[in-house]
Design a protein around this ligand. Structure first.
Ligand SMILES: [Fe+2]
Length: 175
């Protein structure tokens, strides 16, 4: 089940505080240390965004598409990725490893969420992510058909993603 939350703001630090001078590499180490604690991870990400660590142009632009830049990956599967979206870029309908977190750094993304019922995909209500919003999904470990969705960029956007495994392993669906 997808849940959409508002960020808690930079003044609340349930996890380790991240100062403006913290490098991205240090912060990713912190993310790894608190992995799968979504409150702590989102606090760190929000602080990094506030500190200006994610300028849009630091990531490749793909005309009419989206780029994926892997910032960090552990052999056991934890990965941190930044996606840069051109307006109207659209993903295939796809699933994810058991844990996934999407944080919209800036822009606007539309999400169509699906659930599998009797071997058929049913579309649930669409959602719109605005700057600073995020979602966290927890599914079944060892599977890649969790949190099935399709994302569309309503405008040029930048998002940060954390997965418990290589997201490319996620199931792809045709509808
Ligand atoms: Fe996805």
């Amino acid at each position: 089940m997808n849940t959409l939350h508002q960020t808690t703001g930079p003044n609340i630090h349930p996890g380790a505080p991240v100062s403006d001078s913290t490098t991205l590499r240090d912060a990713i180490r912190l993310l790894s240390r608190v992995k799968y604690d979504d409150v702590k991870m989102v606090t760190i990400i929000g602080d990094l965004v506030t500190a200006g660590h994610f300028p849009m142009d630091a990531f490749p632009r793909i005309k009419k598409g989206y780029s994926r830049t892997i910032l960090y990956r552990e052999p056991a599967g934890f990965e941190v990725m930044v996606a840069r979206w051109s307006r109207n870029a659209i993903t295939p309908v796809h699933g994810h490893p058991w844990f996934s977190l999407v944080y919209l750094i800036r822009g606007s993304l539309s999400e169509s969420v699906f659930k599998m019922e009797k071997a058929r995909l049913l579309e649930i209500e669409p959602k719109i992510y605005s700057t600073g919003e995020f979602s966290v999904d927890r599914g079944v470990e060892g599977t890649f058909d969790n949190a099935i969705h399709q994302m569309t960029a309503c405008e040029d956007s930048l998002s940060l993603h954390i997965y418990s495994d290589d997201a490319i392993k996620g199931e792809i669906y045709s509808i």
